[in-house]
Design a protein around this ligand. Structure first.
Ligand SMILES: [Zn+2]
Length: 90
């Protein structure tokens, strides 16, 4: 299970032949620049229907889990915020 963020990085970050990280901005909605696999039309189709087994990795199921995770995170933040507020006033 990956804990990597779904957010788009600022730079491509692919390792170039000189060993440095690629400083190009990623393509829109991609994690890599256009010369490092981020080009439009490259890669597997979204949600990869070709290898459908049980739907656990379907785009919809992944999005649902992501939303659920965010909800848990946000309510946790809200709870700690409320605890802080009540701690100050007590
Ligand atoms: Zn790149």
């Amino acid at each position: 299970m990956s804990t990597k963020s779904e957010d788009q990085p600022i730079i491509c970050g692919a390792k170039t032949r000189s060993g440095a990280l690629c400083q190009n901005p990623p393509e829109l909605g991609r994690r890599r620049c256009r010369i490092h696999g981020g080009a439009k039309g490259s890669g597997a189709p979204q949600g990869n229907k070709n290898a459908w087994k049980h739907g656990f990795y379907s785009a919809e199921a992944i999005a649902r889990r992501r939303d659920a995770r965010r909800l848990v995170k946000e309510s946790r933040e809200l709870m700690s915020m409320m605890n802080q507020i009540s701690g100050i006033s007590a």
